[in-house]
Design a protein around this ligand. Sequence first.
Ligand code: SF4
Length: 243
Amino acid sequence: MNSVERFNRPPSPQAASLVFLAEIYESFQGEGPWAGTDSLFIRTSGCNLRCWFCDTPWTSWNPEGTQWTLDELARRIESSPAEHVVITGGEPMLAASLTELTELCRSAGRILTIETAGTVDRSVECDLMAISPKRPNSAPDDPHWRQRHEQTRDQPAVIRSLMQRYRSILKFVIDTDADVDDVCRYVDRIPEASADHVWLMPQARTRQELQDREDRVRKAAKRHGFHYSPRLHIAEFDSARGV
Ligand code: SF4
């Protein structure tokens, strides 16, 4: 079994009622069309990619977390005052019991976003599929992970399928001007995608990096008719975790 097959295999029956979470907390959405909305963040642990700029390495490079039962999660969701739930990662589309978790969120009346890199297709419930395709600018230096990352990160058929079935946006992390050109070429490859689906956001793990890049990325987004996505959580909390 190769690495892609291993990561994409269905969860075992024993794991069927458990979800491995790095953290769960209330905060505000920092990115995309619902930026600023109070949300309950459910962050799964584990990822099939290893972006060099990953801002949650405790879900990818060094995954950590605890197992939650669906009953525990149902109680946590019901007790949250937040109208929105964001299931993020790591790569949440890999998580055991994800379908059941999304059904829990919807039956609790929550507005649900799933944040995914778009490499794994699953049948889930959601109000917004926030897809962040990982481009060549994401590859890590580590030779082992670089090869695996490059084999896995680009799955246009998965992204097309998700966009056909769910209300979707495409979010791209921008580091250099060449990254913007790459986004333009990428969007041309996806028939379901138009400029209105695209949100550019600055590559940043710290408040300083965000400040250094946001003006340039905002202008690039305007030039191409894309949306600019703030990263309010980094602006507010810098690189702090779980906020
Ligand atoms: S896909 Fe997301 S969680 Fe996974 S390594 Fe890249 S940035 Fe980190």
